[in-house]
Design a protein around this ligand. Structure first.
Ligand code: ATP
Ligand code: MG
Length: 599
């Protein structure tokens, strides 16, 4: 390929829209362009790199026994209603209407379509196991699309869905995908590691995410260097001790706390209640009902754990008005002491005709964090502005509906497995494997006849890789001050030949064309920079785009019968023109071996 025949619009300065390095480099190296927020166009070089990643994904999926299919991006909303996700996932669903006013869902994922298909097409245990995968465009109405391809509205995902005869067989399928994922990311030159993950509203039994460590990552990973425990912070637990019990004091006691509306303020004079002896009361609205959440004053609520518990991501903190109407006090004086809740009847504030959310059904659900179990001698709001209770016992004074792990782990807490201090780092999620069980098979009747002729539900797994996000993660991980440093496996071209004289009949250009032809014949993808530009400009662009090998043909070295070969980020080497192809081939093998070595 000749540079002037394709389109590589490199930029000196990154456009203002780009916040993180990989996004800037994607734009500066002329790989993508923004069409609208969260919507991108792939230019020729970007597409070549993308195709290489897709090819690696395909090869590893095929190797693991998965079979490729292609499902539609347009899906009927009925199947989303059937799975229950029309509601629970409604915040990410893109919906469009056709001219007959009929609604469609643009596929954010495809459990519904594939499980329906499996229900129709698979009848016997003899057809199992099956694992279907596709590489296709997905749509998600992300609240905050950002960082280029990292969080887009439209992106490319590889999704796979396995169907098995038993739980045990499904675990084996899961393990195959887990192993394939590790190979895929390694082949892409990415340092990615698996962590335990939250199964969230997709449901399911267990899951792992593959994470690429990066300061700009949107995920936080909790890990233990001593024993190898690693989990997404949305799921992570620790061995932190429960709240120390105190002697059960006298009955609870109300005391005045005028103007004290934060945990912090209550720790100060004159109250002086340490945060770890306070109960924090939060009110959320889920499914139009108020839910009270209790966690220790020095802990933070983990919304992902809460979402997993209530089974939907559609929830929000209650407004001050909703809180007042359901608890009778404003934030800062809230509590869940039983007698203060019983006192409340679901009346309406004056002038209000419809009941506010949460006030319709009497006593709200109270979820309490495990760390508070058995705690006593605690202080909490009295549901009366300007008052708190002390000597509160969780068991005696509060009617907890469910105990649950709801807190967020912080760095330095002891590992639950080995007791050593946990660390936290940021990372980019590039892949996700779920063991689903029979959740979707039940909803869509994905059954098969077993050996004895009995009907049984297929046991499922689902597995996603953000292909476009992976491309950007490679750039986020592999770069220096001059630009991208592509791993050989995903580089848009492996070699860039740079003749410094591009006149058609010049020695340099003739040699460039010859080397281009010979390397191409040896299966190396090469680009020939035939632009009539200063050497500095050409070298800068080659470094910015990040071709793994640059082969320069200058007048001076040519006079000595030599060309210059330089690996990206490595040392320049002069070789005789006659051995240039061999030298490049050798360098390719050397870089390939280095890329493949454990990172
Ligand atoms: P996230 O937590 O980042 O939103 P997710 O858990 O919703 O991701 P999955 O439903 O597991 O993502 O999708 C599988 C993969 O698709 C993810 O691991 C990620 O690599 C990719 N992905 C998800 N959402 C996006 C997006 N908006 N833009 C680009 N890639 C995405
Ligand atoms: Mg998401």
């Amino acid at each position: 390929m000749r540079w002037t025949k394709t389109l590589i619009p490199t930029l000196r300065e990154p456009p203002a829209e780009a916040e993180i390095l990989s996004h800037k480099l994607l734009l500066r190296a002329g790989l993508i362009r923004k069409v609208a927020g969260g919507v991108y166009l792939f230019l020729p070089l970007g597409l070549r790199a993308l195709h290489k990643i897709e090819q690696i994904v395909r090869e590893e999926m095929d190797r693991a026994g998965a079979i490729e299919v292609l499902m539609p991006a347009m899906q009927p909303p009925e199947i989303w209603q059937q799975s229950g996700r029309y509601e629970t996932a409604r915040d990410v669903l893109f919906k469009v209407k056709d001219s007959g006013n009929r609604e469609w869902v643009l596929s954010p994922t495809a459990e519904e379509v594939i499980t329906g298909t499996a229900a129709a097409e698979i009848n016997s245990y003899r057809q199992l196991p099956k694992n279907f995968y596709q590489i296709s465009v997905k749509f998600r109405d992300e609240i905050r699309p950002r960082f280029g391809l990292m969080r887009a509205r439209e992106f490319i995902m590889k999704d796979a869905y396995s169907f098995d005869v038993s739980d045990e067989a499904a675990t084996a399928s899961y393990q195959k995908m887990y192993d394939a994922y590790a190979r895929i990311f390694e082949r892409c030159g990415l340092k990615a590691f698996p962590v335990e993950a939250d199964t969230g509203v997709i449901g399911g039994k267990f899951s792992h995410e593959f994470m690429v460590p990066a300061e700009t990552g949107e995920n936080e990973v909790v890990f233990c260097e001593a024993c190898g425990y690693a989990a997404n912070i949305e799921k992570a637990t620790s061995g932190i001790p429960k709240t120390a019990a105190r002697e059960i004091g006298a009955a609870i006691e109300k005391f005045a706390t005028p103007g004290v509306v934060t945990i912090e303020a209550l720790t100060k004079e004159p109250c002086k209640v340490p945060a770890n002896r306070q109960i924090k009361t939060l009110v959320y609205i889920a499914d139009s009902k108020a839910v009270i959440i209790l966690i220790r004053g020095d802990d933070q609520l983990n919304e992902a754990k809460f979402a997993g518990k209530i089974g939907t991501t559609v929830f929000r903190p209650a407004s001050a008005e909703e809180i007042f109407s359901s608890l009778g006090a404003h934030p800062g004086s809230l509590g869940a002491v039983a007698e203060t809740l019983q006192r409340r009847s679901p009346t309406r504030p004056e002038g209000q005709t419809t009941p506010p959310a949460g006030s319709e059904t009497g006593a709200p659900r109270i979820l309490a964090d495990e760390r508070l179990r058995g705690a006593n001698g605690m202080t909490t709001g009295a549901n009366e502005d300007g008052f708190h209770f002390r000597h509160v016992s969780m068991e005696r004074d509060i009617k907890v509906t469910e105990w649950f792990d709801l807190r967020t782990v912080t760095a330095g807490e002891p590992c639950a497995k080995c007791g050593k201090p946990l660390k936290i780092r940021r990372a980019i999620e590039v892949g996700h494997v779920f063991k689903l069980g029979t959740k979707y098979s039940e909803k869509f009747g994905a059954e098969f006849l077993d050996e004895s002729g009995a009907r049984r539900l297929s046991v499922m797994g689902c597995y996603g890789i953000g292909v476009t996000r992976t491309l950007q993660a490679v750039i986020e991980q592999c770069n220096d001050k001059d630009g991208i440093i592509w791993p050989l496996s995903v580089a848009p071209y492996r070699v860039c030949i740079t003749p410094l004289n591009v006149a058609p009949e010049s020695e340099a250009m003739k040699l460039a064309e010859k080397l281009h032809a010979e390397l191409s014949a040896r299966g190396v993808d090469v680009i020939l920079d035939d632009r009539d530009e200063r050497p500095g400009v050409k070298f800068k662009d080659a470094d910015l785009v990040g071709f793994p090998i640059r082969l320069a043909i200058g007048e001076k070295s040519l006079a000595k019968g030599e060309v210059e070969i330089k690996p990206r980020g490595g040392a320049l080497q002069s070789v005789k023109t006659g051995t240039a192809v061999e030298a490049v081939m050798k360098l390719v093998s050397k870089i390939a071996a280095a890329d493949a070595s454990p990172l």
